[in-house]
Ligand binder design. Structure first.
Ligand SMILES: Nc1ncnc2c1ncn2[C@@H]1O[C@H](COP(=O)(O)OP(=O)(O)O)[C@@H](O)[C@H]1O
Ligand SMILES: [Mg+2]
Length: 366
């Protein structure tokens, strides 16, 4: 049975239609990440699940029970907010214990529960301090402690790491994921950060303008995006998109670029797209699928292209090289010593097996 079931959910703020018909089922124990650009309705959806906002249409069930008419405290949900929302005049211990006390947990149980949560988060030594005496990372740990100390059915996180610096964020991502493995609870985590979504999720729900654009396992979405939007949203640097036309090429099909080059498509692709010959397409290529060509290399689906490198961005482990592919600036992810200077001409091999072809009128992946 789904732990959380959302059916045809709509939410308006006056004239703003923030959530526009969401259907979602989340199995027990799953770590789901709601991801999407700022303003797409993630927080609204989460707050509606929690009962902090009232829905306008649809239903929300938790564990098979309709809950959307219940006040937040009766929904068996614990939530962690971006701004921590701690009580400044309470010590850390009391902040964590607050939810237990307000739910009339027997006194003798409170100490051990707070201890256990503090132990999991490594904040034992902070229990006697006030929030103003803590760093951002410590505050966030306390906020998480306050949520997990309760034995809730569903845990909701709204961009809990956004206020932390990059290194701490990486560390906390790992910790939250580990926490999920230890607790085995159903968690819904909201972020605008696609890397956070990819690295943390059992399942990603990618939202756009109040609806779900696509949902699935991270690698499924990454490797089999349904739309241009999803293809471009996941991955860093982003997928490159180049306008092209499908043409007959070497017994199969190729994508003809503005500069007159045709990149051959592998036979399986050619067959599937044969009805679209002479039509426009958008060719989507991930930076990591364009590599320096090696002499003598010939594998089915590899297209060769002579690129003049215009910009180099070394990261240490990889170098991002910008060049024009059929008149459009694209980025390839090369090995650090593949290219050493700009204006250098190098032969690239493009893995057309991994290329994404998009219908320009519907923006759906073909
Ligand atoms: N309290 C509110 N009153 C009016 N409009 C709101 C309110 N909260 C959010 N919105 C609007 O609803 C849309 C979705 O917002 P939100 O759920 O906060 O997006 P996200 O969390 O994905 O950034 C946005 O257009 C936002 O401006
Ligand atoms: Mg938000």
């Amino acid at each position: 049975m789904a732990d959380l079931k959302i059916t045809a959910l709509h939410k308006y703020y006056g004239g703003v239609h923030a959530v526009r018909g969401i259907n979602l089922e989340i199995p027990a124990g799953e770590f789901t990440v709601l991801v999407g650009q700022s303003g797409c309705g993630k927080s609204t959806l989460l707050r509606t699940i929690a009962g902090l906002e009232e829905l306008d249409k649809g239903s929300i069930e938790i564990g098979g029970e309709v809950v959307h008419h219940l006040p937040p405290r009766d929904r068996d949900i614990a939530m962690v907010f971006q701004n921590y929302a701690l009580y400044p005049y309470m010590k850390v211990f009391d902040n964590i214990a607050f939810g237990l006390r307000s739910r009339k947990t027997p006194k003798a149980e409170i100490g051990p529960k707070v201890d256990r949560a503090a132990g999991m988060l490594g904040i034992h030594h902070l229990l006697d301090r006030y929030p103003r005496q803590l760093s951002g990372g410590q505050l966030q740990r306390v906020a998480i402690g306050r949520a997990i100390v309760r034995n809730a059915r569903l845990y909701l996180f709204d961009e809990p790491l956004s206020n932390l610096d990059a290194q701490l964020r990486d560390e906390m991502r790992g910790e939250i994921k580990r926490l999920h493995q230890e607790l085995g609870k159903t968690m819904i985590y909201v972020t605008h950060d696609q890397i956070e979504a990819m690295t943390m999720a059992d399942r990603i729900v990618l939202m756009r303008d109040g609806v779900i654009e696509q949902a699935g396992a991270p690698l499924d979405l990454f490797e089999r995006p349904a739309t241009k939007y999803v293809a471009g949203f996941l991955g860093s640097p982003s997928m490159n998109f180049v306008e092209a036309r499908l043409v007959a090429h070497g017994g199969g099909l190729g994508t003809l670029l503005d500069d007159g080059t045709a990149l051959p498509l592998p036979p399986s692709r050619s067959e599937k797209l044969s009805g679209r010959i002479d039509q426009s397409v958008i060719l989507g290529l991930r930076p990591e699928h364009m590599n320096r060509a090696h002499p003598g290399e010939s594998r089915s689906g590899l297209a060769h292209y002579a690129a003049t490198i215009e910009l180099l961005q070394p990261t240490g482990s990889r170098t991002y090289a910008t060049f024009k592919l059929g008149g459009t600036d694209v980025v390839a992810e090369l090995q650090p010593h593949d290219v050493t200077q700009i204006n250098q001409k190098i032969e690239l091999s493009i893995d057309m097996n991994r290329a994404v072809l998009v219908d320009p009128s519907t923006e759906k992946v073909l």
